[in-house]
Design a protein around this ligand. Structure first.
Ligand SMILES: CSCC[C@H](NC(C)=O)C(=O)O
Ligand SMILES: [Zn+2]
Ligand SMILES: [Zn+2]
Length: 408
């Protein structure tokens, strides 16, 4: 077994494993320990450190490496501190031990999502500073709480704070996903979450009779219409190899409720759906579609929207865009393949993009299966270390983007 004390272990890997052992796991993340760890990194690296308590007990930590030209907007490197829960019995190793096997795979909750990225940012900065570099643009690293449960006590509040405005972020990097091939995926937008509850009302009565116009038969109709739409989108994705999940609208039936007894026809039944709207979907037209499905199902069918993201934004991946040119240029120089995609789920990038900051979702993990939120989440130490090389180049390029009209 390889261990932390192994003489040949790269110090960045040792640091990564230390961070993985901090139990920032929901439902009760130990944010205090993570913030203390980050403050220690700031002291060690000689970086500015600011703590912003966006809600009681929810601290955003900002580590800052000042640039040489304070007039320019800054580069923001975001990562979340929290991780999702585990089913320990399904893991080969304790998910909070950061066990490294003989091949070099590090097993831990957060190994991919996204403690790897937090440490890679820090270690890239360490290397660049040690090499004596200075860049025109300031680099801020933000470490946020609460992302895994929606960011409501994290990034959502942080972007409204004066401390956030004061960072003057011009461009941001945030999390992406692993890619099992040689290529790296980069996300330039994400789909919008809509959680929709269809409520069907109808005639109640004794279940031994043929009751007319029941809640159940109309709910069945509306569910069928939504599932037919789901199938259409599924086929559209399947039949076009150029389309990725993020480019179509998906939906799943995730809640079904109603009924009081086997022999009572209920007056109300409901069905809840998790929709993910592709960025090219017009929200108004989509809401009309929901209305149409209700009308088609019959009188007494209505819907409520419990979660509705209306601020879908797309970050430019046009070669004429200076941020994209700097980002993608690194991959060209390193002879690495980039695959731009739309993130299928929701990340904190949506809050950044919504306040006008272009953001790319990128986690440097190629040749790695997508294991976020999964059992045995793991990352190979060589992929992790290669990620630091990539970030070192990315930070150099992005923090050197010349003055832009948007820099004011
Ligand atoms: C309501 S916010 C939920 C956020 C969550 N994000 C991820 C990455 O799983 C999701 O997309 O379901
Ligand atoms: Zn994440
Ligand atoms: Zn996650």
């Amino acid at each position: 077994m390889a261990s932390e004390s192994h003489e040949s272990e790269h110090p960045s890997v040792t640091l990564f494993r230390r961070y993985l052992r901090i139990r920032t796991v929901h439902p009760d993340p130990d944010y205090g320990a993570a913030v203390a760890f980050l403050e220690e990194r700031a002291r060690e690296l000689g970086l500015g450190c600011q703590k912003v308590e966006v809600a009681p007990g929810f601290v955003v930590t900002v580590l800052t490496w000042p640039g040489t030209n304070p007039k320019l907007s800054s580069l923001l490197l975001n990562s979340h501190m929290d991780v999702v829960p585990v089913f320990k019995e399904h893991w080969s190793h304790d998910p909070f031990e950061a066990f490294k096997d003989a091949e070099g795979y590090i097993y831990a909750r957060g190994a991919q999502d996204m403690k790897c990225v937090s440490i890679q940012y820090l270690e890239a900065v360490r290397r660049l500073k040690a090499e004596g570099h200075r860049f025109p643009r300031t680099i801020h690293m933000t470490f946020v709480p609460d992302e895994e449960v929606g960011g409501y006590k994290g990034m959502k509040l942080f972007v409204r704070r004066p401390e956030f405005q004061a960072l003057r972020a011009g461009f941001a990097l945030d999390e992406g996903l692993a890619n099992p091939t040689d290529a790296f995926t980069v996300f330039y937008s994400e789909r919008s979450i809509w959680w929709v509850l269809f409520i069907s009302t109808g005639n109640p009565g004794h279940a031994s009779r043929f009751i007319e116009d029941t809640a159940a038969e109309k709910l069945h109709k509306v569910v069928s219409l939504v599932l037919a739409f789901r199938e259409k989108e599924r086929q559209r994705l399947q039949s076009n190899p150029h389309l990725k999940l993020g480019a179509v609208t998906s939906v799943n039936l995730t809640k079904l409720e109603g009924g009081v007894a086997y022999n009572v026809v209920p007056a109300m039944m409901s069905a809840g759906f998790d929709f993910r709207l592709a960025p090219d979907v017009d929200p108004k037209a989509f809401e009309e579609q929901l209305q149409d499905w209700c009308r088609a199902a019959g009188k007494g069918v209505a819907f409520e929207i419990l979660q509705k993201w209306l601020e879908s934004r797309v970050t430019s991946i046009d070669d004429s865009d200076p941020w994209w040119a700097a980002f993608s240029g690194v991959f060209k120089d390193m002879n690495l393949t980039l695959e731009p995609e739309i993130f299928p789920a929701a990340t904190d990038s949506r809050y950044l993009r919504a306040v006008g900051i272009p953001a790319l979702g990128f986690s440097p993990m190629n040749r790695t299966p997508v294991l976020l939120h999964d059992h045995d989440e793991r990352l190979h130490e060589d992929v992790f270390l290669r990620g630091i090389d990539i970030y070192a180049r990315l930070l150099s390029a992005l923090a050197s983007v010349p003055a832009l009209p948007s820099d004011g």
